[in-house]
Every structure is written in C-alpha cells, then in structure tokens.
Design a protein around this ligand. Structure first.
Ligand code: HEM
Length: 215
C-alpha cells in the first residue's frame, strides 16, 4: 500500500499541473507581468498565511497538527518585509483580499478552529509547495523585477532556517506518514488538500482577471 505522503501527492498531482500552468502563473513566470501584479499576488499570500499561522499556538498541542507546527516554516514576518519593500511602509492599510482570497483564508481559519487534520492539509499544500516550486518563482522574480538575490521582495521564498530543503521535505513526508488518523480521516485530509489546490487556483483566476495581458 502506498504511504500517506505518496497518496496525498498523487491525489493532488493533476491540480498541481493546473495551478502551475494557470494563466496568471504562466504570465508571471514568463516575465509578462509588471511588478504590481507580483505585489498584488504577494499581498494575497499575506492574507493566506495570516490565516494559516495565527492559530498555530493552540494547534501545537494537538496530536495530529502539533508535529507540523514548526517555527522555521513561518512566513508571515518575511511576507511583511516583502510588502513593505514592494508597497512602502503603509502597505497594510491599503492591502485588500480578493473575494477568492477571503474564501481561501476563511476555509483555513475554519479548519484551524475546528478540524486540525484539515489544517494539516492546508499546511502541506502551502509549505511543501513553497519549499519546491517556490524556489523557481523566487529565481524568476529576482531576474524579472531585479530584486536582490534572496533579499527584500522575495524573502517569502527564503527559508533561512532550513539549510537542506530536500532533507526537510523527506522529514515532512515522514510526519505525514505518521499522522495518527484512520483511513477515513486520511481520505478527508486528501479531499481537503484538493480543496486547498482549488482555492489556490481560484485566487490565480481572480488575479488573472485583474491583470489581463493586453493582446
Ligand atoms: C508555477 C508554479 C509552480 C511551480 C513551478 C511548482 C513546482 C513544483 C515542483 C518542481 C515540485 C516538486 C518538488 C519535489 O519533487 O521535491 C513541486 C511540489 C509541490 N508543489 Fe508546486 N509548483 C508551483 C505551484 C504550486 C502551487 C500553486 C501549489 C499549491 C498552492 C503547489 C504545491 C506543491 C506541493 C504541495 C508540492 C509537494 C508535492 C509532494 O512532494 O508531496 N505548487 N512544485
């Protein structure tokens, strides 16, 4: 039987391709959008990570979610530095969540409050992605908009305290494989992961509408 980490990876593969090849992501990575689109995307991530990370204190003692509460992953301080660089010191009062972002953040918050295993699904979808494809996005952003390598503007993608991402991801998969949940609950976690991907794709769709390419 496949390990849980393999099941969750396989189950979300198709949606991963969809997210990766979305119009907004393709345009962003293709260097076809301005830094304003990148800043708007970063701002949406702030709302997502605010939801994901604000409940971690309480989740640390939960048997399922607890092992996933790892300070080296926390992204909110980095996002805030990036946004101050991208938007200036007054960024927060001007930041607004797109409806799709609001829906995504609300769902994360509901899981964090009532269903720790569901929060794990969101945790996996974000952080394992940031540690993987995030590095491709950082490289592109540095080249396209001239940010200093691993500096202000792209700090979100820099995990200072994770020296060996490949080893970290192996350890993370071991945590997934050790999740104390029965088969039905694992199926629910997989379903929540797919929902998390869909919520991400919806944000990309909304961003794509806000930043259409002039033909
Ligand atoms: C253009 C954008 C993206 C690129 C280029 C990209 C690329 C990648 C690559 C190369 C991996 C494989 C890493 C490995 O095998 O260790 C990966 C894994 C992953 N990505 Fe993405 N990705 C992108 C967008 C996303 C998005 C939007 C999400 C979800 C929010 C996401 C979630 C994940 C997850 C959860 C994994 C880990 C899969 C696993 O091993 O269990 N990715 N990504």
């Amino acid at each position: 039987m496949d390990s849980f980490s393999t099941v969750i990876r396989t189950a979300s593969h198709e949606q991963h391709v969809e997210a990766e090849t979305s119009t907004f992501m393709s345009d962003l990575l293709g260097g076809r959008l301005g830094v304003d689109a990148y800043a708007r995307y970063t701002e949406q991530l702030w709302f997502v990570y605010e939801a994901l990370e604000s409940g971690t204190g309480r989740l640390a003692s939960d048997p399922v979610a607890g092992p996933f509460v790892q300070p080296e992953l926390l992204r909110l301080p980095s996002l805030e530095r990036d946004l101050a660089h991208l938007r200036g010191p007054g960024w927060r009062s001007k930041a607004s969540a797109l409806p799709a972002t609001r829906a995504y953040a609300d769902r994360i918050r509901a899981c964090a409050a009532d269903w720790p295993s569901g929060w794990v699904a969101h945790h996996y979808t974000r952080y394992l992605g940031d540690l993987s494809g995030g590095q491709i996005i950082r490289d592109k952003a540095e080249r396209t908009w001239g940010f200093a390598r691993k500096g202000d503007g792209v700090r979100f993608y820099v995990f200072d305290q994770i020296t060996n991402p490949a080893a970290f991801k192996r350890g993370y998969r071991e945590l997934l494989d050790a999740v104390p949940a029965d088969d039905l609950e694992k199926q629910r976690i997989v379903a929540e992961c797919k929902r998390a991907f869909a919520l991400n794709t919806a944000v990309f769709r909304a961003l794509g509408e806000e930043f259409p390419l002039s033909a």
